[in-house]
Design a protein around this ligand. Structure first.
Ligand SMILES: [Zn+2]
Length: 199
């Protein structure tokens, strides 16, 4: 049986983070309940974003430019590189105002279950970054989940192998176990970051 257009839309919304079947259904119906101006607005915003949004050539975060604002800011410390899982984690770090270095965004984390392998996480782009910018400290700010820990250990191996002189740190576990960075309050994150330890 072929699904209706509305059912396909509901299926698609359910793929978004934090959206379950109930919310997906509500959103889909809402878009067509009265007039379709909101649906059209969504459509055109998505079209523009799909055309304009890309990855920063240096840190891999989402940007509209070849090089993002943070990477092109000369005031930022080039010797510190903080690794985060996602652009939303980067945003939380920026809001905490504790960090003046550069970033690298993995766009995910290692997960055997989901089939995310190191190659999918731009590890080679990450190594290039350390090589090109005379990095002296890498801060592994991946989440305190089993996958985030696995990712941190994999990165540690890689860094030790290629750049033995680089010091490796990880924010203290003031951040609750199992915590996603983006859901951690800014004060807790700032404290954990300042209290980072050799990893
Ligand atoms: Zn960048």
């Amino acid at each position: 049986v072929k699904k209706t257009a509305l059912d396909q839309l509901i299926d698609a919304f359910q793929l978004l983070p934090g959206i379950g079947p109930r919310s997906a259904t509500r959103i889909a119906f809402h878009l067509f309940q009265s007039d379709t101006s909101l649906a059209n607005q969504l459509l055109s915003s998505l079209e523009v974003a799909l055309k304009e949004v890309r990855r920063c050539a240096l840190c891999n975060t989402l940007t509209q430019d070849h090089i993002c604002d943070i990477c092109s800011n000369d005031q930022r410390n080039k010797h510190q590189l903080c690794v985060v899982e996602s652009p939303s984690d980067l945003r939380v770090m920026e809001q905490s105002h504790v960090y003046q270095g550069r970033y690298f965004v993995l766009m995910g984390r290692l997960s055997v279950a989901d089939g995310v392998d190191p190659n999918a996480l731009s590890f080679s782009l990450f190594l290039d970054r350390i090589r090109q910018e005379d990095v002296s400290e890498v801060i592994l700010a991946t989440s305190f989940t089993p996958e985030g820990d696995a990712t941190a250990f994999a990165l540690q191996d890689l860094i030790k192998h290629h750049f033995p002189h680089v010091s490796i740190t990880r924010p203290a576990r003031g951040v609750p176990i199992g915590a996603e960075l983006e859901f951690t309050d800014v004060g807790t994150l700032a404290h954990a970051f300042l209290d980072r330890r050799t990893f």
